[in-house]
Every structure is written in C-alpha cells, then in structure tokens.
Design a binder for this molecule. Structure first.
Ligand code: ADP
Length: 860
C-alpha cells in the first residue's frame, strides 16, 4: 500500500475517531445532565428522609415515654390483680414448669397456716407430703403413701381431674388445677363446705333427688336416685339431657310400664316432664313403686323427688283386697238381712194383724191385756227390726231417697195422730204450729221424712210426763219460689238431756244411761238414723236442752215446692166474723189465733171457760178446748146453751172417745168435735161447715153430706196368703167398701176387667203371675181402653231398697211393707177414695151418730 492510501486511511480513521469522540462527548454530556438531575432529586429525597428520620426520632421518644407509662400502668394493674386475688376467699396459686410454687394468695396459704416451708420456691410434692404429715388433710383410713401417690399422679394428668379434699377442720376444699401452654400450673382451691353440707343432706334423705337445668340437662342427682334407676345410672352424668337418660333407660328395660309402646311412653313422659303437675306413680322393674314429684324451679330448671311408696302400695293393695272382701260380705249381709226381714215379717204379719183385730173384739179385761201385750210386743219387735234394717242399709250405702210430691203438713198431722195414744195416756197435748205462709206441698221422700218426725215426736212423747209436745214448722224461700228452707222444731217439756250427753245420743245404740231414762225402752238407733237421713237430704239437725227442762230437737231441710194440688179452701165465713177461743194452753191459743186471723176473723181468747161465758154472746163461733182446769169443754158448752148462746160450738180434744159426741141436739150442745192437733185444712172445713149451719138454723156434722144412693168404693186385693186375706178383710170391716179378693195375679187381672176397682192392693210374690206382672197386664188394658190408671198399692214383705224401686218401676204407685197395719191400709183407702163414691163411713150420713169408724179413719 502507498503512502497516500495509508494517509487517507489514517485520516479516515482519525475522522471516525473524532466522530466517535464527539458522539461519546454528547452522550457523556447527556449522562451528566441526567446525573445532575438525579442528584438533585436524590438530594431532595435525602432531605425528606432526613426529615422523616427526624420525625421518627421524635415519635420514638413519645412511644418510649408512652411505653414507660404503659409499663407503669401494667405494674399497677398487676398489683391490683394481685390485691384482688388476695381478697377473694378462694385460694389461688401458680406453679412453674418445674412444679415450684411461684406465687400463692393468702386464701391458698391459709390452709397451711403456720407451716413456714410453704413459701414460693417449694415443690408441689413437698406441699402434698407436708399436708399429709402435718395432718392438714383428712385422708380417712387410707395409707399416707397411697394417698400422696394418688394425689401426685393426678397432678401429672392432663387435664388434671377436679378433686375435693376434706381437711381436718371439717371443711371441704375443691381443687381445680389447669396447666398453661408454657407448662405452668394454675391452681384454684374453693371452700365448698356449705355446698357439701347441703349435698350431704340431699344424700341423706331417703328419697331420690334430681335437678335438671333449664335446658333439661342433668345438674345433679343423689345416690338414692341412681339406685332407683340402676339400669339408667351409667348415663346419669351432669350435662346429659333428660331425654338421653330416658332413652338409655328404655333400652335397658328400666320402665316396665313402657314395654311394647316405648315411643308413646317416651312422648307422654316428656310431656309430663315439660309440664309437671301433681304426682305420678311408677313401677320399677324390681317391683318397687315410686311416687314422682316434679316442680319447675324459678330459673326454668326442674327439681324432682322419687319417693319409695312400695310399702304404702302394699298396704293399699291389701286394703283394696280387704275392701272388696268387705263389700262382698256387706252385700251378703244385706241380702241376708233382706231375707231375714222377709222371713220375720211374714209371721209377724199374722201376729200383729191378728192381735190388732183381736183387740177390737169383745174381750174380758184379762184377755184384752194379753192381746194388747201381744200387739205391742209385736210392734216393738217390728220397729226394732226396721231400725236395724234401716241402719244396715244406710251403712251399706243401700238407702236411696225417693223424692215425690207430698203434703208436709198432712204428713206431720198423720204422725201426730198416730202417736196420740201414748200422749193421751199421759194427758199430753201434742200440738202442731205450721207456718201460715209456708206452702204445704213439697217434693221429698215422704216415707223418710215421716220416719224423722216419728222418731223425734215419738221421743218427745216418750220422754215427757207432763206438759206438751209442740211441732213447729217455719220456712222461708231459699230460691225464688222454687225451693224452701224448712226449719222444724220438736219441743217438749220432758226430762231433758244434759249438755254432756247431747252429742252422745246421736251415736249408734247410744242412750242416756241414768235412772230416769232407763225406764224407757228403745234401741238407741233412732236419732242415729234420723241424723243420717237428714244428712242424706242435705239438712242438719241440732238439739237445745237442759237436764230437767225439756228438749228441743230442730232440723232444717231445703225442699222444692210442689204444685199445690188443691189450694186451701177459703172457708165460707160470711156468717162468722168474731170467734171466741177458750183454751188454758197458751201455745194452743196462739196457734188458733194466728190461723183464724189469717181468715180475717176477729179472735178473742180466754184462758178459762168461766171468764169466757160472759163474752160468748158477742161472738159468732166458740172454739173450746176439752180438758181445762175448772170447767171442761162439755160443761162450758152446756152453760153456753143454757145462757142462750145459739151460735156454733166447736170443741177440740185429744181424746177420741169424745169424737162421736157431736150434734146440736146432743146433751152438750156441741156442734162438732175435732181431734187435736187440727190440720189447718180440717179447721177451715169445719168452720165452713158450721157457718152456714147457723144461718140455716140446723145442725150439720163435720162429715160429708147426707146419705146418698152412691155406690161404695171398690177395692180389689190380690193376695195368695189366706191369713193375710183374712187380716185385710177384717181391717176394712165396717167401712163402706166393696172388697174383693184375688188369689194370684191372673185372677187379679180378670177381676180388674170385671169390676174396674177404685183401688188395688197387690201382693208382690204370688204363684203363677206375680204382682209386678199383673200390674203390667192391668196397665196395658188401661192403655188399650184409654181408661184412667187405677191406683195400685204393693204389699210386700221385702224391705230392701232395690225391691221398692223395682216395684215402682213395674207401674205400681206405692208400696206398703208387711206386716200390714190397719192404719196404713185405711190411709191408702181414704187417700184414693173417689169423690163420687158413697162415704167410707156408713154412718156418716146419720147426724148425731156416734159411730167411731170415721173419727178413727180421720185419725190416720
Ligand atoms: P231410743 O229412743 O230408741 O233410745 P234414740 O236414738 O231415738 O233411741 O234416742 C237416744 C237417746 O236420746 C234416748 O234413749 C234418750 O236417752 C235420749 N233422748 C232422745 N230424745 C229425747 C227427748 N226428747 N228428751 C229426753 N231424752 C231424749
């Protein structure tokens, strides 16, 4: 290569190098520019960073000071916490991972009072050993080493089981220990002595005790509870629900009663558990019986008791068996009594009935005495029989009441009349004061009310020698018209009853046992029966008496008022305005005055006939008593007539022998004699009869009008027993009655078709067709022929309750129990005597006739 070329190449290279240099210088410049720019930014940032650093330093100082504050607060809090721990009465301690005591509060340490070794740093096992050796804990009969070992083993368990220890002081401490993640042990010890006492008490009670919380989870139960439900015991742990426990028990045959219906049983039991009320009984599989009592607690939980009633149950079952046996025996007794009563009554019928008839025949004095004795002994025996039977029925709850409409006033009157004989023998006045404004017809068991009156009035007459017996009846409306409360008192002037005996005599077979009393016969059952009967009717009985001062028995009953069948006839008193009443007895005067005033009559009362003589002329009617001190009723009447008194004279007497001595033409001049006590109705009828008689200027008797050609009453008696037929026939002898007999039911039905009687007496047990069947047939005939039903009265020897019910259900109207009493037969005849028949008393139409049949009939 030449030089030029080399120069050119050199030049080219130089130029290229110059260009490269130039470019690099530009790049360098650019880089420098950027660098200086970056340096600028950097310096800003540095300044900023420096500022930030400054700020941070400032903040740091604040944080540090806050930290210092916080740590101070923490120290205060720690101190507070510790102070608090010192004040709580539960023990608190902390052990480190090496089981050394770090810290413990006073309560924890107080247990080791006086043991200097128990201070921070001591090992746990040391504490346990010291507790045993120093006698702080009560380890019971166990060996110290065992106890310590068991305690230390527990310490190393995870979690550490809760444990209760008993101290020698008797206190109970519950230990709850928990290990922290760092290995420390936090220990709590609580004094649960009070709770343990309560728990010991709950354990000591003989009953099972259980407590569930408001979620129905078991809180606690005692061992007795677990023992009762041994098959469910494994699941009886706090926290388990009632349902879980039940289900577990069901699966293990805990509840025999649930066998085969487990789910239903469970539902029922759960329902009861949710809404516990009252108690239930439960049988356990081992045969024991529990009574379950459950109650809700105020916090919605449930507390339950299980009482073992096995012994009670056993006794109850034994009692039940005994009761069933006793009831069977009682039924047998009742049946026996019914049969005996039947057997005894049948022959008694002959004895009493025939003796009664015998007494009415002509007899020598001696014979009369014998016949009387037979009759009275028979009656006494019969009343004894009735009392015993009644009492047995009440005892056996067999006695039932049969309410029906009846006339109370009339019933009392009838009873008093029946009891007249013994009263008359003692010259006693038996009076009735029946409240004027009280209705007379009520609905009640007439027979039983009769029995009550008979007992009380009978006793009053029995225990009174002088004076009077007064039956007073008052009443007031218990409910608007429908019910009346009736208060009855039976007052006498007899021997009275001392206060200490007043409860006694209402007991069975109880009587006053003193000399004065025991001359009287009786069973001592009357008042016991009376009280029971009154009780059955919802009433009560009481007694007011002093020894020697008479007695007053009272009772009250509330009875429905029955429709008044026939209202009391308002007497025709046009010709009577002023009545003179002469009676030495004040009660009598008062009663009469009230009864007469009610008719609007003026009444003048006089105690003696002598003083009354002067005033009679100014009156239109004289009512005089028979027996009075000084001038008696007959003499008074004679004296009145002699003095020219022409008005009617009515005499009231207790002596039926005077009853026939009526008639103006008779020697005494008395127009009418009525037997005391006088039924209001009878008194009013008598006044009506006597008032027009004055106007007519003639004399009329109290009986029905003059003789008429009317037919006699027809009575049919179906009776298979010849003696009874004889007795019945004799009883109606002398009455204007056409009596026909049938030997059995069939004959009775045939006779009914033929004669259409006004009344039928129907024996119940008869051969072929008995009384009930015959009645059924008669009632059918009546229905077919549209005839009015004839009254049929059953005659039966059966005295038990069911019998009377059956009889009435068979269509009979009433029931008479044998032996037949003349008074009952006559009462039945009189009660059903049709108005259009001839009077029962054949002599009734003969004015002034002294036949005694009618008065006797009236006396029923
Ligand atoms: P009973 O009259 O058959 O002895 P009660 O039960 O009727 O039996 O009467 C019991 C007793 O009460 C009588 O025995 C008598 O001692 C006494 N007692 C009852 N009523 C009266 C009375 N009105 N006056 C006196 N004592 C009476």
């Amino acid at each position: 290569m030449d030089m030029t070329e080399r120069l050119a190449t050199e030049r080219r290279k130089r130029l290229a190098a110059e260009r490269l240099l130039d470019q690099k210088s530009r790049e360098l410049f650019e880089a420098n520019r950027r660098l200086s720019q970056h340096a600028l930014t950097l310096s800003d940032e540095i300044i900023e960073t420096r500022q930030t650093a400054e700020d941070l330093r400032g903040q740091n100082t604040q944080v540090l000071s806050e930290l210092a504050e916080v740590s101070l607060e923490a120290d205060v809090a720690k101190q507070r916490l510790w102070d608090s721990l010192e004040t709580v009465k539960d023990g608190f301690a902390l052990f480190d991972a090496q089981n050394r005591l770090v810290i413990a509060n006073r309560a924890y340490l107080s247990v080791f009072d006086g043991l200097e070794a128990v201070v921070p740093g001591i090992r746990y096992d040391e504490i346990v050993r010291l507790s045993v050796e120093e006698g702080i804990v009560d380890i019971g009969a166990r060996a110290a080493s065992d106890w310590i070992e068991e305690f230390l083993t527990r310490w190393h368990q995870n979690p550490v089981p809760t444990r209760v220890v008993r101290l020698w002081s008797g206190d109970y401490i519950k230990l709850v220990d928990r290990r922290t993640p760092s290995g420390d042990m936090v220990c709590l010890s609580m004094n649960i002595t009070d709770m343990m006492r309560m728990w010991a008490a709950v354990e000591a009670i003989p009953d099972g005790f259980v407590l569930y919380d408001h979620d129905d989870r078991l809180v606690m139960c005692n061992d007795r509870y677990r023992d009762f439900y041994a098959d469910s015991a494994p699941i009886m742990k706090p926290g388990n629900s009632f349902e879980e426990i039940l289900r577990y028990g069901l699966g293990n045959g805990q509840y025999p009663e649930a066998l085969g219906r487990e789910e239903d049983w469970l539902t029922e039991r759960m329902n009861r558990h949710q809404r516990p009320e009252g108690m239930i009984e439960q049988r356990l599989p081992d045969g024991r019986w529990l009574r379950i009592l459950e109650e809700r607690t105020p916090d919605g939980g449930l507390v339950g008791l299980r009482v073992d009633i096995t012994e009670q149950k056993r006794q109850q079952m034994a009692l039940d068996r005994a009761r069933v046996a006793a009831e069977a025996a009682n039924r047998a007794k009742s049946a026996f009594l019914a049969n005996m009563s039947h057997e005894l009554r049948t022959p008694m019928n002959g004895v009493v009935g025939m003796a009664e008839l015998l007494c009415e025949t002509e007899l020598s004095e001696e014979q009369r005495l014998y016949a009387h004795t037979i009759r009275e002994s028979g009656e006494a025996l019969l009343s004894l029989l009735n009392d015993v039977l009644d009492y047995s029925k009440i005892e056996a709850d067999k006695l039932q009441l049969h309410p029906e409409p009846f006339d109370l006033e009339r019933t009392i009157y009838e009873i008093v009349m029946l009891l007249q004989a013994p009263a008359r023998d003692k010259n006693l006045d038996v009076l009735i004061d029946y409240d004027l404004f009280l209705p007379t017809r009520f609905v009640g068991d007439r027979g039983r009310i009769r029995q009550i009156f008979t007992n009380l009035v009978g006793n009053a007459i029995k225990f009174t020698e002088r004076g009077h017996v007064l039956v007073r009846v008052v009443g007031f409306e218990a409910e608007e018209g429908a019910l009346q409360q009736i208060n009855v008192t039976v007052e006498d002037t007899g021997i009275g009853i001392s206060r200490d005996m007043q409860d006694h005599i209402f007991g069975e077979f109880n009587q006053v046992e003193d000399q004065q009393n025991r001359k009287f016969e009786g069973t001592g059952l009357g008042l016991a029966i009376t009280r029971r009967l009154i009780g059955m009717m919802g009433g009560e009985i009481w007694l007011e008496s002093e020894k020697g001062e008479g007695a007053c028995f009272g009772f009250s009953l509330t009875l429905p008022v029955a429709e008044e069948r026939e209202p009391l006839p308002a007497p025709e008193t046009a010709s009577v305005r002023h009545v003179l009443v002469v009676d030495d007895q004040e009660v009598n005067r008062t009663i009469l005055e009230r009864q007469l005033s009610q008719l609007g009559l003026e009444v003048t009362c006089h105690v003696t006939a002598e003083t009354a003589l002067g005033v009679a002329d100014s009156t239109d009617l004289v009512i005089t008593d028979h027996r009075m001190p000084g001038m008696d009723g007959f003499t008074f009447a004679r004296e009145l007539r002699r003095s020219g008194y022409s008005g009617p004279i009515l005499m009231l007497t207790s002596n039926p022998a005077c009853l026939g001595k009526t008639g103006r033409n008779s020697e005494s001049g008395i127009d009418l004699v009525l037997q005391k006590p006088v039924l209001r109705r009878a008194l009013y009828e008598a006044i009506s009869t006597l008032a027009p008689s004055v106007q007519a200027g003639s004399v009329a008797a109290a009986g029905p009008g003059p003789a008429s050609p009317r037919r006699p009453m027809r009575v049919l008696a179906a009776e298979d027993n010849r003696t009874n037929r004889l007795v019945l026939g004799k009883m109606v002898e002398g009455l204007n009655v056409d009596m026909r007999f049938a030997d059995n039911g069939n004959e009775a039905v045939a006779a009914f078709r033929e004669v259409r009687p006004d009344l039928i007496f129907m024996d119940i047990s008869m051969p072929e067709c008995d009384g009930k069947e015959a009645t059924g047939a008669i009632r059918r005939i009546e229905r077919e022929t549209a005839a009015l039903p004839v009254p049929i009265v059953a005659l039966t020897a059966h005295a038990l309750q069911g019998d009377a019910e059956d009889i009435l259900a068979a269509g009979l109207d009433a029931c008479l129990t044998k032996p037949l009493r003349k008074s009952d037969i006559l009462a039945a005849i009189e009660a059903h005597h049709p108005a259009d028949c001839a009077p029962l008393d054949p002599a009734a139409s003969v004015a002034g006739d002294t036949a005694e049949t009618l008065p006797r009939l009236r006396a029923i």
